[in-house]
Structures are given as C-alpha cells and as structure tokens.
Design a protein around this ligand. Structure first.
Ligand code: IDP
Ligand code: MG
Length: 149
C-alpha cells in the first residue's frame, strides 16, 4: 500500500475546511494513518519547500505556511499519491477543475488550501520530515473488503 503526505494549509484551517477536506479522502476510500494540528517552524517550512528556494514567491510562501496552524496528515491506499493530487486539483485554483478541493474553494495561487506530495520519492521524504515513525498508525479498516476487491 502506498502512502502520501498531505497538509491543510493555514487558509484551509482558518476557513473551516478541515472537516470537508478529510471527508473527501475518507469517502474516496483512503485510510488516515497520521494526523496532527501544528504550528510550522520556519526551519520545517524552508525544508519542506526547499525545492522552491530560488523562486520569487519562496519568502512569502514560508511566511504564509508559518503564519497559523496547519493540519498535517498521512493517507494510505492504492495509488493514493497520484489520486490525492487529482482530488486536490491544479496548483492555481482559478484553473483547477470544479470538483477538486482547490477548484471548489480557491481563487489565488498563494492561497490554494492544501499541499499533497507529487511523487513516491517526495512522499517518502515529506512523511519522514513531518512525522516520527511512532506518530503513524498501521491499521486495516473493517470496510476494506468493500473498498478493494
Ligand atoms: P503544488 O502545491 O501544486 O505542488 P508547486 O509548484 O509545488 O505546486 O508550488 C508549491 C506551492 O507554492 C503552491 O502550492 C503555492 O502555494 C505556492 N506557489 C506556487 N507558485 C506560486 C506563485 O506563482 N505565486 C505564489 N505562490 C506560488
Ligand atoms: Mg509541489
């Protein structure tokens, strides 16, 4: 089973979208294996977005992600990395398809509500950056046979 790292950004938390967002991944059939509300340190933010260090929006992005609480999560399931990116939608909410989280709730690229890992390698890196091993729970929901054949 694959795992991915998702984070509801400060705008998603402030706007009261945490329940709806978690619901979308639950009802899709994915399994929550890690969850915490946290204030992100500058160090963690800079590491997480390290690949964007040279981009003009980097300072603002770090400022934003450290400005208010974030909900960090790890989700598990077949193909969850790519599927979560589809449920999240394109980076710019104005062009994200309706029905996706960003498409339904956002209008600005700097306020796009949620982060999701983009590939198996980044998922692995981000999970270990944000979560300790003992903060993740391996479990099998009793509904599994109704989700997977
Ligand atoms: P992603 O979140 O869809 O993977 P990335 O290109 O990895 O998109 O960018 C990371 C985050 O940086 C975006 O989610 C968005 O919050 C922010 N960002 C990306 N491009 C811009 C921009 O042009 N202006 C402001 N913020 C941006
Ligand atoms: Mg990205």
């Amino acid at each position: 089973m694959e795992r991915t790292f998702l984070a509801i950004k400060p705008d998603g938390v402030q706007r009261g979208l945490v329940g709806d967002i978690i619901s979308r991944f639950e009802t899709k059939g994915f399994t929550l294996v890690g969850l915490k509300l946290m204030k992100v340190s500058r160090e963690l933010a800079e590491q997480h977005y390290g690949v964007h260090r040279e981009r003009p929006f980097f300072a603002g992005l770090v400022e934003f992600i450290t400005s208010a609480p974030v909900v960090a999560m790890v989700w598990e399931g077949d193909g969850v990395i790519a599927s979560a990116r589809k449920l999240i939608g394109a980076t710019n909410p104005l062009t994200s398809d309706l029905g996706t989280i960003r498409g339904d709730y956002g209008v600005s690229i700097g306020r796009n509500i949620i982060h999701g890992s983009d590939a198996p390698e980044t998922a692995q890196q981000e999970i270990s950056l944000w979560f300790k091993e003992d903060e993740l729970v391996s479990w099998q929901p009793t509904i599994t046979p109704w989700i997977y054949e």
